[in-house]
Design a binder for this molecule. Structure first.
Ligand code: AMP
Ligand code: TRP
Length: 330
């Protein structure tokens, strides 16, 4: 069975974009792959966090992953910060990354272009830590949203570079970017990604939003004045986004939805999308509450950490031997 690995940062609440672009796919992959999913909390501290909030977000994230359908019996769910090997290998790979390579990462460049203040060195080097997360487990595939593809490509380059210099050590991973729903857009500004960090809450649907509030957000989503229902992300990005959301939540193809809506208005479509989102969130939140109430989160993470930890321990030991960091004869 091929191995697949991915992670999500517990920075802020999870959005419908995270679900459609990432978590939904993880759930379907757990049947056919050996799946490792982890909470990338060491990545969350590249920006400043309130400790209490980080803790709550992390627990919520684990509960939401499971509520979305990740089954700890099938998937290894673990917490990055509990396994020190991640930062260890992260440092080693930082030392194998070139400044120019990291400077070319668009996510970092975007932050600099926006002249955000307080950009930490961690934010600059984090793609090397992400490469460590991936290469540690010999992942064959890494499902991510389009915005993360470049980071997986860096992981590939680092794996090849390391293997070339020191002999076969890492599997060279492939990014997997789902086509439909790879990028869910803000409901208020449909040329921008729906994001936890967006400052307009009307543009973003949180997985823990009150379902009726989420429905209202869909009803007031920005569309266009053409009045024709067709899938044209370039000229009708708001409408295309609504079609993508509906298609992702109901598994009906966009073509088929568009056919059903010939001669109908945006209002009707919004009602259906709003109801689909409402139903989805209602069901999800019932499961989420049950998981929180069960008190099983700690045990699940401990089991996952143990399983992942064994692999991580072996991999880092191997890497240290290859690098000449371990001096013991064996
Ligand atoms: P982040 O929220 O940036 O930590 O991303 C976690 C995962 O969700 C990554 O694989 C992202 O690419 C994906 N993701 C985040 N926001 C969206 C979005 N609006 N549409 C599609 N995928 C997303
Ligand atoms: N950097 C990713 C994000 O911001 C999260 C992440 C960290 C990740 N390590 C990873 C994703 C390894 C896939 C594989 O979304």
């Amino acid at each position: 069975m091929k191995r697949m690995l991915s992670g999500v940062k517990p920075s802020g609440r999870l959005t419908l974009g995270n679900y459609i672009g990432a978590i939904r796919h993880f759930v379907s992959y757990q049947e056919d792959y050996e799946l490792f999913i982890f909470i990338a909390n060491m990545h969350a501290i590249t920006v400043q966090n309130d400790p209490q909030e980080l803790k709550k977000n992390t627990r919520d994230l684990i509960a939401l992953y499971m509520a979305c359908g990740l089954d700890p019996e099938k998937t290894t769910l673990f917490l990055q910060s509990d396994l020190p090997q991640h930062t260890e290998l992260g440092w080693i790979l930082t030392c194998h990354s070139y400044m120019g390579e990291l400077q070319r990462m668009t996510q970092y460049k975007d932050k600099c272009a926006k002249q955000e203040t307080g950009i930490t060195a961690g934010l600059f080097t984090y793609p090397a830590l992400m490469a460590a997360d991936i290469l540690m487990y010999d992942a064959d595939y890494v499902p991510v949203g389009v915005d993360q593809k470049q980071h997986v490509e860096l992981a590939r380059n680092l794996a090849e570079r390391f293997n070339h210099r020191y002999g076969d050590t890492f599997i060279v991973p492939e990014p997997v970017v789902a086509e439909v729903g790879a990028k869910i857009m803000s409901l208020q500004n449909p040329t921008k990604k729906m994001s936890k960090s967006e400052n307009n809450p009307k543009g973003t649907i949180d997985l823990l939003d009150e379902p009726s509030v989420a429905r209202k957000k869909i009803m007031s989503a920005i569309t266009d004045s053409l009045g024709i229902i067709q899938y044209d992300p370039e000229n009708q990005p708001g409408l295309a986004n609504l079609l993508t959301i509906l298609s992702s939540l109901t598994n009906e193809s966009i073509d088929s939805i568009v056919k059903r809506y010939q001669g109908k208005g945006y209002g009707d479509l919004k009602k259906e999308v709003g109801q689909a989102v409402y139903d989805f969130l209602s069901e999800l939140q019932v499961k989420y509450q049950a998981i929180i109430a069960s008190g099983k989160i700690d045990e699940i993470i401990q089991n996952g950490n143990e399983k992942a930890g064994k692999i991580a321990y072996k991999k880092v030991a191997k890497v240290k031997r290859k690098l000449g960091l371990s001096i013991q004869k064996r």
